[in-house]
Design a protein around this ligand. Structure first.
Ligand SMILES: [Zn+2]
Length: 196
């Protein structure tokens, strides 16, 4: 194995070149029609720079840069090299707009007055099937941290989960005020709607 320096100076372990089914022409080695670049990061760096940093290239993203490169060049771990290069590009880091929404402020959790007023509901899914069930609905009281485990199936719907709650937990602790869950946000809204 050899070590190839990265654009940032760190090193990545690479394996010896696989058998290349290519051809040689004018002193250049071709692999599937692309010029094989020797394992010298300086040359790799210059080529990626041409496909990313120039005004014509316009600092495209990782996949677009790789697509441009792949039209003419090939080297071992090229996609890793390009990903690293683009993710460390100073101009991209300073000017590219984040696609995701900024995260909101943290909201403190309500302090419940009674036990089982606020609960969390989550599912342990895709378990080995037993008696026709392969999932467990876990309901935990936010105050006492007492919990109930109800057998169910991985494909249970929100209405089904609400029905499970009514049949197994409501009869013991009454109706709740608020639900917290790691499930998708729509789950909590639909769950509460089913209960009320
Ligand atoms: Zn860039």
């Amino acid at each position: 194995m050899t070590r190839r320096p990265s654009p940032t100076g760190t090193a990545k372990v690479v394996h010896p070149l696989p058998p290349i089914h290519g051809s040689e022409h004018d002193g250049l080695l071709y692999y599937h029609g692309c010029i094989c670049i020797p394992d010298t990061s300086d040359l790799c760096h210059r080529i990626v720079s041409l496909c990313h940093d120039t005004k014509v290239a316009g600092h495209p993203g990782c996949f677009k840069t790789l697509e441009l490169l792949s039209q003419n060049y090939w080297w071992l771990n090229m996609s890793w090299y390009v990903g690293l290069y683009v993710s460390h590009c100073d101009l991209c880091l300073r000017t590219k707009i984040q696609c995701c929404l900024p995260s909101g402020e943290l909201q403190p959790l309500l302090i419940p007055e009674e036990r089982w007023d606020i609960i969390s509901i989550d599912f342990i899914s895709e378990l080995p099937e037993s008696g026709g069930y392969d999932s467990i609905m876990v309901a935990v009281d936010s105050v006492g941290k007492h919990s109930h485990f109800v057998e169910t199936v991985t494909t249970v719907t929100t209405a089904g989960a609400a029905n499970l709650y009514l049949r197994n937990i409501w009869k013991l602790h009454g109706l709740l005020q608020k639900v917290m869950s790691d499930c998708r946000p729509q789950f909590v809204a639909a769950f509460m709607k089913e209960l009320y």
